[in-house]
Design a protein around this ligand. Structure first.
Ligand SMILES: Cc1cc2nc3c(=O)[nH]c(=O)nc-3n(C[C@H](O)[C@H](O)[C@H](O)COP(=O)(O)O)c2cc1C
Length: 163
């Protein structure tokens, strides 16, 4: 289900915007900087401070949509499917260990949210409508943000990238 480019974009960006549905039918959208790929069919993120997202899922509105976009390339993916809030058990332990190895303290984790991706499709900015190349769009984005490319994706002296 998740192809190599989808996995690469999610693993590189880490930041997913997660939409869930409230009991009254209104949308609930919030960013999750812990978003990553679990396996070929699942994305995962942590509930560190996400009571409404987990509350909506646990109230029975299982389906969430996650958008992950590379803000420089102006491309990404949208993923949709049912989510499960895990608070204990073998899979919960596996996921917590994975994040612990990445530097997240276990005590900060309220729950793990595992999303089974049933639908996945690309997101492409209309900036490409005029036939611009990815390099040209990327350069325009970098200029817009006042950034320049370095030769490596070095995180500098700050250690782990931020959530
Ligand atoms: C860039 C960014 C990344 C974030 N990453 C996470 C995350 O991975 N997990 C989490 O629980 N909260 C994260 N947050 C905080 C939640 O988005 C925030 O607490 C939000 O209000 C939760 O809303 P909810 O209760 O509707 O899920 C992040 C916030 C920002 C701005």
């Amino acid at each position: 289900m998740l192809d190599e480019d989808m996995k690469q974009v999610v693993r590189t960006q880490r930041l997913g915007y997660v939409a869930s549905v409230c009991p009254d039918g209104t949308p609930n959208l919030s960013p999750k900087g812990t978003t990553t790929v679990w396996d070929d069919r699942h994305l995962v993120f942590l509930d560190l401070h996400s009571p409404r997202t987990t509350g909506n899922i646990e109230a029975g509105n299982l389906v969430v949509e996650i958008n992950v976009v590379d803000p420089i390339r102006r491309k990404g993916y949208r993923f949709k499917g049912p989510a499960a809030v895990l608070r204990k058990g073998p899979l919960y332990e596996d996921v917590v260990r994975f994040y612990e190895e990445r530097g997240t303290e276990r005590g900060r984790i309220h729950a793990v949210v595992m999303v089974e991706v049933e639908q996945a499709s690309p997101l492409v900015s209309p900036a490409y409508d005029d036939g611009s190349t990815e390099d040209a769009i990327s350069l325009r984005s970098l200029n817009m943000y006042g950034l320049t490319r370095t030769s490596t994706a070095d995180t500098g002296s700050g250690g782990e990238p931020p959530t």
